[in-house]
Write a protein that binds this ligand. Structure first.
Ligand code: P6P
Length: 339
């Protein structure tokens, strides 16, 4: 009979979260409810992205966000959906979004969680059909929390959970808990369920793929130039150079790197001395995912990315993210250069 081919052990995200909660005797269920609100927001955003081209949502909304980027209608809708889902969960006290200049303080003073997010990262690629996604992180507020944006200036080591979604043909969700492993879920659009398809994701220790915008190379610091040159030198790599893969959407470049191995980099440079990607809702959540998958993540000073504490909620950083050995090559070249 065909029954041996039917996977009867389907784990939905809902079941996964329930089992996760059962592992923590002291759990009140607040974190679980927060994660259900997150998955609801991801399903709604996935719906709008899928229909965007059909109902022509990909035009400009005519409004501009605080970073001066042209806001696409989907940016605005996704940000609004995400804020509404977090507010209505009743479990979030503070929310930082790339689309909001100020931290959003919900009228839930007793809520114990804070959320950081980039609702639609890579949105400049939307019209081109390139995969975009949501990057998120969850912090548990300390008893000393004041309910102000100062509560958000934390290192990635304090993230209780982080991850990202990628809205492609089917939406993918990659999520990790502090000190836990990395799990990938695929949204079954028919059932509206996230299904565990990539349990315990581990990034290959090395892979000859590098992902960086070489259009910025004239602005790069010397060690970065030396690093990329070394990857292109066949002699230095067993006879053939690395492959270059750059999509220009962080979640897409990150997801490929997590699956295949390699390294993604957005170095700080002379044009962007602080780097381009944001610490709170791009670099730190991605860094925790990659570390929990066995990789590494450092900033442009070769500091462990999740140790970095932002001074302001929209602070940027350089980042090198990927296979353990590939990031180590960058660190070693910087050490040699410093010597
Ligand atoms: P560049 C997209 O705008 C984004 O924020 C990330 O998703 C992406 O990795 C990066 O910027 C691309 O930047 O300068 O290479 O276009």
């Amino acid at each position: 009979s065909g029954s041996e081919y039917i996977n009867t052990d389907i784990v939905t995200l809902t079941r996964f979260l329930t089992e996760e909660q059962a592992r923590h005797k002291e759990a009140t269920g607040d974190f679980t409810l927060l994660c259900h609100a997150l998955q609801f927001a991801f399903k709604q955003i996935a719906y709008y992205i899928r229909r965007a081209t059909l109902i022509n949502l990909t035009g400009l909304a005519g409004s501009v966000n605080e970073t001066g980027d042209d806001q696409k209608k989907l940016d605005v809708i996704s940000n609004d959906l995400f804020i509404a889902a977090m507010r209505s969960s009743g479990r979030v006290r503070l929310l930082v979004s790339e689309e909001e200049e100020e931290a959003i303080i919900f009228d839930h003073p007793d809520a114990r969680y804070a959320v950081v997010c980039d609702p639609i990262d890579g949105s400049s690629n939307l019209d081109a059909g390139v995969s975009v996604g949501t990057i998120f992180g969850i912090y548990k507020l300390s008893d000393a929390a004041t309910g102000t944006k100062e509560d958000m200036l934390k290192p990635g080591t304090e993230l209780v959970a982080s991850g990202f979604t990628m809205y492609g043909a089917s939406a993918m969700l990659v999520i990790t808990m502090k000190g836990g492993n990395v799990n990938g879920f695929t949204l079954d659009n028919a059932l509206g369920e996230f299904i565990l398809t990539h349990p315990n994701m581990r990034i290959p220790k090395s892979r000859a793929i590098y992902s960086v915008n070489e259009g910025n190379s004239c602005y790069w610091e010397e060690p970065v130039k030396k690093w990329v040159e070394s990857l292109k030198d066949p002699e230095a790599n067993g006879g053939k150079p690395y492959s270059a893969r750059y999509i220009g959407s962080m979640v897409a470049d990150a997801y490929r790197t997590l699956l295949y191995g390699g390294i993604f980099a957005y170095p700080a440079d002379k044009k962007s001395p602080k780097g381009k990607l944001r610490i709170l809702y791009e670099c730190a959540p991605m860094a925790q995912v990659f570390e929990n998958a066995g990789g590494q993540a450092v900033d442009s000073n070769m500091r462990r990315m999740i140790d970095v504490v932002p001074e302001h909620i929209h602070d940027r950083s350089g980042i090198f993210l990927g296979s353990y050995d590939e990031v180590q090559k960058v660190i070693d070249i910087h050490k040699k250069h410093a010597a």
